[in-house]
Structures are given as C-alpha cells and as structure tokens.
Design a protein around this ligand. Structure first.
Ligand code: SAM
Length: 246
C-alpha cells in the first residue's frame, strides 16, 4: 500500500522540498509514498481568486476564508475519502510520536497549511479536521510544519528505514528520550567513549543505556518523565489489582 500525502497549500512549489532527498526522496521514487499538492487558490470563488479577508472584530492580518478552505478540503477528500485531514496550527494538539505512528500505519493524510493569521474557525466545526501543532512556536506558514509531519511518518513506512529496530528504539517511542550515542575515534580532544560501551558486554550496555535514557529524560524533560512515571505506577497498580482479583 502506498501512503498517500495530499497537501493543501498556497505554495505548492515548496513541495517536495526536503522530502525530495535522502530517505523520503528515495522512498517516494520507490513508490512507498505519493505526494500531491492542491492549490487552495484554485477554489476561490471570485474573479480575483481571493483566499483571505480581514478578521471579524478587527485586528491585524488576514484570515483564510472558510468557503474557499471547505471547497479545497472537499475536493481532496473526494479523491481520497479514507484519509484523515490534518490542519497545521499552533492552536492544535501537539504532535506526538504516538500520533505519527498511527498516521504512518494508515492510508495517508491530507494536510491543510495555513498562512496569514490562520483559518476561519468555522472550518473546524463544519468539517472533520484534526488540528495539530508542531510545537509552541509560530511559523509563517503551515508548509514547514507539514514537511515535518510527513518526514516523521515517511521514515516509519515499511521498508523505508534500514534496520527495523531503528524506529522503535528512538526518543519518545518508550516515552523516554533515547540514550546518547558515540562513535570512533575512541578518544577525541581528551574525551573518551564511556568504558562500558567498549566492553562488549551486551547486558551491561543495555543496562547503561536504559539508565542514561532515564537520567536524561528526568533532567531534560521533566514533563515526559512525569508522564512516564505516572504510566508505570498506574500499570503496576493495575497488575496488582488483577493479581488480587479486584
Ligand atoms: N495567528 C496564528 C496564531 O497565533 O495561532 C498564527 C498563524 S501563523 C503566522 C500562519 C500559519 O502557520 C498557521 O495558520 C499554521 O498553518 C502555520 N503554523 C504556525 N505555527 C505553527 C505550529 N506551531 N504548528 C503548526 N502550524 C503552524
């Protein structure tokens, strides 16, 4: 099955962009995913091809018109009814590796890229559109966010990454950051690779990596650590209740 990506954008020329090279570019050449762009402006209804208008209530900037957006979404959906529609917006739910995995396991995605002040809110009431943010930052447009989302999905598609394990051992897959990596030279500017990694003792290496992963997550991402610990405590108490027949 080919993962079908359709991008609704005012700047189709931004695609495939970085998705045309390396892993994603090769995977596309091999037919593992496909890319279509839809020019939102083609769905404008006036002779000037207007896609935006001033914000109701006043204020700076312009807002993407709901009638134009709806027509573009309806068109993309008519060609690909099974795939979810995702709007890139800082107001959306933060993207997670778990959501990326779900999307990558599906038939594809239609991605709506905003510009200006963003979308007329009524589009989210009238159409089944998931709002997704790529972080607590504001970009000038949804296109780089769409590229990030697709890049994250494409590398998980079957046969795209070399070693199957490289997908599951990484940061966020187990709710933790990944352990740190090292490679040759063994000594560089007086700094050596941790001894245990050169020991050849696979059990010790695995234990060291697990510990590093936990320590780094606790220090660098207390939010992730808290969630991870919460889930661990909850699953342990669930197992205990099951054992006790509660
Ligand atoms: N006025 C909006 C706000 O404050 O929430 C920001 C609009 S931004 C300048 C223009 C477009 O960039 C958005 O409609 C969205 O498509 C995209 N964008 C900006 N930041 C984003 C983020 N963190 N995640 C996803 N998309 C983003």
């Amino acid at each position: 099955m080919t993962f079908a990506a359709t991008i609704l954008t005012l700047y189709p020329e931004m695609f495939p962009g970085p998705l045309g090279v390396s892993l994603a570019g090769r995977a596309r050449e091999e037919g593992k995913w496909s890319l279509d762009t839809v020019q939102i402006r083609d769905f404008a209804i006036d002779k000037h091809k207007t896609v935006d208008d001033t914000p109701a209530g006043g204020g700076a900037g312009m807002v993407l018109r709901v009638d134009v957006l709806a027509a573009a979404i309806d068109h993309a959906r008519s060609l690909n009814p099974e795939v979810p529609v995702i709007a890139m917006t800082p107001r959306g739910r933060p993207l997670t590796q778990a959501r990326v995995r779900e999307l990558a396991a599906g038939p594809g995605v239609i991605v709506l890229c905003g510009r200006f002040e963003g979308f007329d809110e009524r589009i989210f009431e009238a159409r089944d559109v998931e709002e997704v943010s790529i972080g607590d930052i504001v970009l000038s447009g949804g296109e780089p966010a769409a590229i990030m989302l697709l890049d994250a999905c494409i590398r998980l598609l079957p046969g795209v990454m070399g070693a199957a394990s490289s997908g599951t051992e990484e940061s966020f897959e187990q709710g933790l950051l990944e352990y740190p990596h090292y490679t040759r030279p063994a000594t560089w500017e007086g700094r050596t690779i941790p001894e245990v990694l050169r020991s050849g003792d696979h059990a010790k290496i695995a234990a060291w990596r697990k510990n590093q992963s936990e320590v780094d997550t606790r220090l660098r991402r207390p939010d992730l650590w808290e969630r991870h610990e919460g889930a661990r405590v909850q699953s342990a108490s669930g197992a205990r209740r099951k054992d006790e027949g509660i």
